[in-house]
Design a protein around this ligand. Structure first.
Ligand SMILES: C[S@@+](CC[C@H](N)C(=O)[O-])C[C@H]1O[C@@H](n2cnc3c(N)ncnc32)[C@H](O)[C@@H]1O
Length: 241
């Protein structure tokens, strides 16, 4: 029998979707949260014999689960020094899975320390995001500092090219993340080099270029008037027109 594994069932098709391109390649997977070793055995099987699989856990008993193509490192995902030393001892990580203690601090510290160590075409998965709504993990609905609120900031950073002199700005995240995929309790951050977006216009017009737009607003609110109104509303963080 394979060792005990504790995952939501709906994660498995998502692993298929996001991790299948890494199969049968010499990739490095690091999973925080070993438990009884079941998921490490799963990924060993899923990725094939060329993959290097490393599990990280705070529980020293997990060290006994090393072997059969699986390495174990013991330490806390809240300990920045431990995470830096871990990353320094490894090549860039192709797949990082955070399935550890699931507190807001653990998820944030782990992301801050290990996301920059993920390879330029790698993926970062954080599991059991629902703890972001549970106070015992430091979460709460729209609570400042929850990992869900932190992750919402990534949406702005993806759009850093469009800030028009104001936030959002182009950040390292803007330049190195191809996409962020949110699912129930799971977020997948897909890395890839990203440059400024390029507009592509093809085809022939379907209407003459001077067709006046049909608009429900009075003319005086269109053009600069409308722009000024929207700027004022934006300063007050009110919905635009
Ligand atoms: C949900 S279980 C992991 C489940 C496992 N990935 C699986 O799918 O079977 C959480 C694990 O995180 C570990 N853990 C809790 N706090 C931790 C911390 N601060 N650093 C590293 N591991 C931690 C626990 O010891 C436990 O083994």
């Amino acid at each position: 029998m394979p060792p005990l594994m504790d995952k939501w069932r709906h994660y498995f098709p998502l692993y298929e979707r996001h991790l299948a391109p890494f199969r049968n390649r010499p990739v490095l997977l690091v999973e925080i949260g070993v438990y009884h070793g079941g998921s490490l055995a799963h990924f060993r099987e899923f990725l094939g014999p060329q993959a290097r699989i490393i599990g990280v856990d705070i529980n020293p008993r997990c060290a006994s689960l090393a072997g059969d193509g699986i390495e174990i490192r013991i330490g806390s995902q809240e300990d920045r020094r431990f995470l830096r030393e871990l990353a320094d001892s490894l090549p860039p990580i192709d797949i990082l899975i955070d399935d550890g203690g699931h507190t807001m601090r653990q998820q944030r510290v782990t992301f801050e320390e290990l996301f920059p160590r993920v390879a330029p075409d790698g993926v970062y998965l954080c599991e059991d995001l629902h703890t972001a709504y549970w106070p015992e993990y430091g979460g709460g609905y729209r609570r400042m500092g929850s990992f869900i609120e932190y992750a919402k900031g990534w949406v702005d950073q993806l759009h850093g090219w469009h800030g028009r002199g104001h936030a959002p700005h182009v950040t390292e995240f803007t330049r190195t993340v191809r996409g962020v995929h949110f699912y129930d309790s799971l977020v997948v951050v897909e890395k890839g080099p990203v440059g400024p977006p390029e507009r592509q216009i093809t085809g022939t017009p379907s209407f003459p270029p001077d067709t006046p737009p049909r608009h429900p607003w009075p003319r005086r609110l269109l053009g600069t008037g409308r722009l000024r109104l929207n700027q004022a509303l934006a300063r007050l963080r009110l919905p635009g027109v």
